[in-house]
Design a protein around this ligand. Structure first.
Ligand code: AMP
Length: 302
């Protein structure tokens, strides 16, 4: 019942109105794995350089995260740097140094080939598909994340990969860009014609919207008094969501709705501190407590 994730493991330099950090552990697969590991064991497929030390590995080893698929190559790890605006709604990318990530060809260790739950993090859509080709048989649940770079530059490859995807997690601009449709709901319906059975539109401080052929479900972002760094919120959401679903074992409407809440709850921890600092320490008890408060926040009678 484990969950395989492929994606970036990085060092991030982040600047927000609350401070800055230099070369902190980041990358989409890092946030995803830390969040998902609260529900199921996680198998990670990623690449790092020789600057990635045992101390960095230890962040994952404290949790149920299998690092057999974390390749170490000669050179430096992927480095990303970004700065947030005063209201933290806008982010400027200052640097993207691919380093060892430039030659990343995901190779699944033999022990991962029976994976049934898979999350294809934001990498080249052709490589995302190559992961699906490697596993034995047809996986039960496949999730995928992507970004404007691939929507623009590798549109055909992405469309081919989307045919094999159950759940697509992208933001509102990406949803519009992928379909050429401005209205978000119409754009979402259009996405469901490209292959995914379910679309999750990540909307930052406005939460997330799930569009399923039979229903729509919306969750807010958990209201917080302290938000210090939004980096990785979307990847954390995806980790909480997919982790819950992998544990539940099926995509019933109730499970999908609950998974949305756990995604939002996990993301709320990530944004409280810089990088993975808060997420790496959160306990199952704190998650459950916030999930109960989330239920109270959104329940009402008509
Ligand atoms: P998010 O805030 O959800 O967009 O995720 C931020 C994380 O994505 C950071 O930790 C970065 O290291 C990582 N990241 C940034 N750009 C890329 C990219 N082009 N490909 C893969 N991961 C990236």
């Amino acid at each position: 019942m484990s969950l395989l994730v492929v994606g970036s493991v990085a060092f991030d330099a982040i600047e927000t109105p609350f401070g800055k950090v230099d070369r902190t552990l980041g990358g989409a697969a890092s946030y995803f794995a830390l969040a998902a590991s609260h529900f199921v064991p996680v198998r990670m497929v990623a690449i790092v350089g020789q600057d990635f030390t045992d101390e960095h590995r230890a962040v994952f080893k404290g949790r149920k995260i299998d690092l057999t698929g974390l390749e170490t190559a000669a050179g430096r790890s992927f480095f990303w740097s970004g700065r947030y605006s005063q209201n933290m709604n806008e982010r400027t990318t200052l640097a993207t140094e691919l380093n060892v990530f430039a030659d990343f060809k995901p190779a699944l260790p033999p022990g991962y080939l029976d994976s049934q739950h898979i999350f294809l993090g934001n990498i080249d859509p052709g490589l995302q598909r190559s992961v699906l080709h490697q596993v034995n048989g047809r996986p039960r649940i496949v999730g995928l994340d992507t970004m404007n770079y691939w929507i623009e530059g590798s549109n055909e490859q992405l469309r081919e990969t989307l045919k094999y995807v159950d759940i697509l997690t992208i933001n509102d601009d990406e949803t519009r860009q992928l379909t050429g449709e401005h209205n978000l709901l119409r754009a979402s319906r259009h996405v469901l014609e490209l292959g995914p059975k379910i679309l999750i539109v990540k909307r930052g401080e406005h939460g997330a919207l799930m569009v399923h052929p039979k229903f729509i479900f919306s969750v807010p972002a958990f209201p917080l008094e302290e938000v210090h760094d939004p980096t990785g919120a979307g990847d954390t959401f995806a980790g909480g969501f997919m982790g819950f679903l992998a544990k539940a074992g099926n995509m019933s409407e109730q499970n999908l709705r609950r998974a949305m809440v756990y995604g939002s709850v996990l993301a709320s921890f990530t944004v409280e501190q810089f990088g993975v600092e808060r997420l790496a320490k959160v306990t199952r008890r704190e998650i459950n407590d916030r999930a109960h408060r989330f239920a109270k926040l959104t329940t009402f009678k008509l």
